[in-house]
Design a protein around this ligand. Structure first.
Ligand SMILES: Cc1ncc(COP(=O)(O)O)c(C=O)c1O
Ligand SMILES: N[C@@H](CCCC[NH3+])C(=O)O
Length: 416
């Protein structure tokens, strides 16, 4: 069931007209569906059935505290990559004991914060980081629970910027070094070895690379057990892709079933997953208004009020994102347009070569914008960042207010 669908030719978010929301709250505007977020999270959770598991939503995909609070109420865990994300999870009412902390450059301050909050574990990405966590834990008189992020050297077959599990990538510890680094971790006085993790990339559309990575990790887990180092949880990371255009990623159910299958007979090993995009992307849209229609000699441009600063995926990765009219079936002539924003960069586009029937003042919706959308927004060109709404049935919650002009220079000081 799609919670963004047309009713009486007008796009709705659950039971609410997107056109009404756009006129009331202005554009550009992010709109999320609570029911979709919940359904996606539950798809992972239910697919893992009785196997001991924890779904740690990857906060970076959409860190709005409204979104986090919805998932926290379901009992979600969280995968974080900064002290800022930890603070957000806390503010949203998340359970600190279900937080895993990933990322290659954790600072001493962030480590101390996470230790004080009692997180589930640190996903450690290098030997120097291991020493740093050991030192900070010693200083604050705690034992730090750790997992090593193993780079399994598998090709995720995704965009090179978001592939993370190859030797050439900056992430994790090479699997050839894994046993030695675990032995080191085990010998450090303030560390508690609890897990093993990996994350091979994002927007994966096949199950194969996930299973290959998992198999490589299981070999290491068995080898460690023979050396007396017992791993309690295996974290397979995130990375499951979604359909933006014609991709056919496995359903979370299929993906989770393939992983659970490999874990049969290992019921003492808790399975952790860190899905971000698969939970948030299709739970959100971004709505924009057509400012001008400009016909050039070679191209037609739909100049809209959203730009690369509001949604950077098309500019950054040449990502294709679906752009649909908020009101369909209008009697309009269609033309081929590049949908572009007002930012002064040639690379500022939301979509290219789109067949649309539009006039100035129309609203368009960009689909699948719930993940890596608002979180990557900036104030470039001194543009205020959009508002974010959460629709829940016929209820509408403003989960982030639109920025105003004064927010633009908050914390700045002029010279007198
Ligand atoms: C360590 C880690 N876990 C989870 C994720 C979430 O990935 P995705 O949004 O592709 O599920 C990422 C980002 O790719 C990540 O770096
Ligand atoms: N931001 C990227 C994904 C990066 C994943 C981060 N680990 C995207 O929009 O697709």
């Amino acid at each position: 069931m799609d919670h963004f669908s047309y009713q009486n030719q007008t796009l709705h978010a659950e039971d609410v007209s997107v056109k009404d929301l756009a006129s009331q709250y202005g554009t550009p505007l992010y709109i999320y569906s609570r029911a979709t977020l919940e359904r996606h999270w539950k798809a992972f959770d239910e697919a893992l059935g009785d196997h001991p598991h924890l779904i740690c939503y990857a906060v970076k995909a959409n860190s709005n505290i409204g979104v986090l609070s919805v998932l926290a109420k379901l009992g979600s865990g969280f995968d974080i990559v900064s002290g800022g994300e930890l603070a957000r999870v806390k503010a949203a009412g998340g359970d600190m004991s279900k937080v895993v902390f990933s990322g290659v450059g954790k600072t001493p301050e962030e480590i101390e914060f996470a230790l004080e909050e009692g997180i589930h574990c640190f996903n450690v990405e290098s030997e120097p980081e291991l020493h740093r966590i050991n030192e900070v834990a010693g200083k604050v008189g705690k034992q730090a629970p750790i997992s090593l992020r193993i780079n399994p050297d598998v090709d995720a077959k995704t965009h090179p910027y978001i592939s993370t599990g190859l030797k050439a990538n900056k992430f994790g510890i090479a699997r050839e070094r894994a046993i030695a680094v675990y032995e080191l971790a085990n010998s450090l006085p303030n560390l508690n070895v609890v897990g093993m993790d990996c994350h091979i990339g994002s927007q994966l559309t096949e199950t194969g690379p996930f299973v290959d990575a998992l198999e490589r990790l299981l070999v290491l887990i068995d080898e460690l057990a023979s050396k007396g180092i017992h791993i309690k949880h295996l974290d397979v990371g995130g990375g499951l892709g979604v359909t933006y255009r014609d991709e056919t990623p496995p359903h979370p159910r299929e993906y989770a079933a393939a992983i659970a299958e490999k874990m049969k007979g290992r019921e003492n090993l808790t399975l952790i997953m860190e899905p971000g995009r698969a939970i948030a992307a299709n739970a959100g849209i971004m709505v924009t208004k057509v400012e001008f229609v400009k016909s050039g000699e070679e191209k037609n441009f739909a100049i809209v009020d959203a730009a690369m600063n509001d949604l950077i995926r098309p500019s950054l990765y040449s990502a294709w994102m679906s752009i649909i009219p908020v009101v369909e079936g209008l009697d309009r002539e269609t033309h081929n347009y590049d949908v572009v924003g007002p930012v002064c960069e040639t690379g500022d586009f939301i979509g290219k070569d789109r067949e649309l029937g539009i006039e100035s003042g129309d609203y368009l919706a960009v689909r699948s914008a719930g993940a890596y959308g608002f979180v990557m927004a900036s104030n470039y060109n001194s543009r205020c960042r959009p508002a974010e709404l959460m629709v829940d049935g016929s209820d509408v919650h403003v989960v982030r207010e639109r920025e105003n002009l004064k927010d633009l220079w908050k914390g700045e000081h002029k010279l007198t």
